[in-house]
Ligand binder design. Structure first.
Ligand code: PHE
Length: 453
């Protein structure tokens, strides 16, 4: 059995009346309005008698037509079948049919009240609620009046339908008019509230600065790359073997104590924060084919409290050349080119004897002071404290023990290495007095070097 049959009231024996279409203007009431059902007929104003009118509102016209016809058929075959009407509460009918709702005065009152309420709706939300309340909702007076059409005798229905149509059209017109007003108001308000002034300047993000150590490191790396060196890097968390052992620092070397070196948990793992960039020499010799010419910039760590001249983290730049026939003259020439790139061309350099476990012989590289050049006439000198020389870093010929530890034959190959601190070089070059400035992260410090681009 199709669902439309279920929605029809078997007590309704009416066939559709085409004349009711113009009267009610409602396909629902048209198809279910009985030709001979009126208030005078018992059951006509019972709640159940309008069931098809209300429940059919959700169905399409064709289904209702079929439902009405079938309802008529079932009426003929099973008149008054008990139980075919359910209580109105079960069907959710809001109110009993009141034919008086179609009285001209009542309709006029409904029209006036609904139109007035709608005309004073404060905003679009309120208007939507009023539309349901007065026009479309199941309990709206006009909807209730429409339901009553079916309860009128045919003679009155056409006229009542027209009245109902007129009142509905008037209320709908009031709704449309208020809708137009409120929409226009809303649009005007939104235009003002959401106005964008395209002539205002955009939000400017302050530009950061490159860290001056990065700029210096890149500059120095460029100098070496121009001489044919490659860049090599290694981990900042390093193993003891690379940082000390392979570099010929014996087990008792003071640099290995925790006073100087920051070890990493777990104890005994051999892991530490590298204390210099020299372990990259080892990694390079173990991993690259000879000859090697590498420059290794990077961060390094020592167990120092921060003050004006010490920092637990600082930058270094390491260099390593291992080839056949490398001599100290190569070291000297290379470092002179490097020192002049750092502090200015034409400056003299000198090597002072020194000691490092991984180079033999070892030296400190000095470059003539760019401010006074050691000339008493230009002193007192703030840059070199009248020394006339600036210490740049350590250097030397790679110790044969290091070459052996890396599997390089010292009888065939020799090499030099050097290492320098970046902060110290930057402080001298740029007259910076506090090493702290490099780690504080104040962008004003960085900006004073330019953006680095
Ligand atoms: N690694 C040494 C230091 O940190 C510097 C250095 C590097 C010395 C290479 C000689 C050769 O002080």
């Amino acid at each position: 059995m199709p669902p439309s049959t279920q929605s029809a009231d078997p007590h309704r024996s009416d066939v559709p009346d085409p004349s009711a279409a113009s009267a009610g203007g409602d396909s629902n009431s048209r198809r279910t309005a009985p030709e001979h059902t009126g208030p005078d007929r018992p059951g006509a104003d019972r709640p159940g008698s309008t069931r098809a009118a209300s429940s059919g509102a959700a169905s399409d016209g064709a289904a209702l037509e079929g439902a009405a016809l079938e309802g008529a058929a079932s009426k003929r075959t099973e008149p008054g079948r008990p139980g075919s009407q359910r209580p109105s509460s079960q069907r959710g009918d809001p109110a009993p049919v009141d034919p008086g709702a179609l009285d001209p005065d009542r309709l006029e009152e409904v029209r006036v009240q609904a139109s007035a309420a709608i005309a004073t709706a404060g905003d679009l939300d309120e208007l939507a609620a009023l539309r349901t309340l007065h026009l479309d909702g199941r309990g709206a007076p006009l909807a209730l009046a429409r339901r009553a059409l079916g309860a009128l005798p045919q003679s009155e229905r056409v006229e009542a339908g027209r009245r109902h149509n007129t009142a509905t059209a008037a209320v709908r017109a009031a709704y449309e008019a208020r809708l137009a007003e409120l929409t226009a108001e809303r649009d005007a308000r939104v235009l003002v509230e959401e106005r964008v002034d395209v002539t205002l300047p955009g939000t400017r993000r302050p530009r950061g600065a490159r860290h001056p150590l990065s700029t210096l490191s890149d500059h120095l790396v460029d100098v070496f790359v121009a001489m044919g060196y490659e860049v090599a890097e290694g981990p900042e968390v390093e193993h003891d073997w690379f940082n000390f052992e392979a570099l010929n620092l014996g087990p008792d070397h003071p640099a290995r104590s925790s006073h100087d070196t920051l070890y990493v948990d777990p104890v005994g793992s051999g892991l530490l924060l590298r204390t210099h960039t020299s372990p990259v020499q080892i990694r390079t010799l173990l991993s690259r084919p000879l000859p090697v010419y590498v420059v290794c910039p990077g961060r390094t760590y020592r167990n120092d409290a921060i003050d004006a001249t010490h920092s637990p983290v600082f930058g270094q730049l390491e260099g390593l050349a291992v080839d056949e026939g490398i001599t100290m003259a190569d070291l000297r020439g290379t470092l002179e080119a490097f020192a002049q790139a750092l502090f200015g061309s034409g400056l003299a350099t000198r090597l002072r004897p020194s000691y490092f476990p991984f180079t033999e012989p070892s030296a400190e590289l000095d470059v003539a002071c760019f401010a006074c050049r050691g000339e008493p006439a230009r002193q007192p000198c703030r840059v070199c404290s009248d020394e006339g020389w600036i210490e740049v870093g350590g250097c030397g010929m790679v110790d044969s023990n290091v070459l052996v530890a890396c599997g390089v034959d010292p009888a065939r190959y020799s090499g030099f290495a050097f290492g320098m601190g970046l902060e110290r070089a930057a402080m001298i070059r740029h007259d910076v007095h506090e090493i702290r400035d490099f780690v504080d992260g104040d962008v004003r410090f960085g900006l004073s070097f330019g953006t680095g681009n």
